[in-house]
Design a protein around this ligand. Structure first.
Ligand code: SF4
Length: 64
């Protein structure tokens, strides 16, 4: 799995961080997503898929 995020599309909701905090974080100043791990381990795949599916702006893209 390879993850990319579109920081321009992110609205800073933080839902991805709630679902997969080993992979996503938020910038302190404005809450925009930061990608901590663009190639997560398989144990995180389910959480990452949930984060991508639940992102309200479609800012998370997965290549599997
Ligand atoms: S769920 Fe989407 S919009 Fe919300 S912080 Fe994460 S990437 Fe940004």
């Amino acid at each position: 799995m390879k993850i990319t995020v579109d920081q321009d599309a992110c609205c800073g909701s933080g839902l991805c961080v709630i679902r997969a905090d080993r992979v996503f974080d938020q910038r302190e100043e404005d809450g925009v997503v930061m990608l901590l791990d663009e190639a997560p381990s398989p144990e995180d795949f389910e959480d990452v898929r949930a984060a991508a599916a639940g992102c309200p702006t479609g800012a998370i893209r997965l290549a599997e």
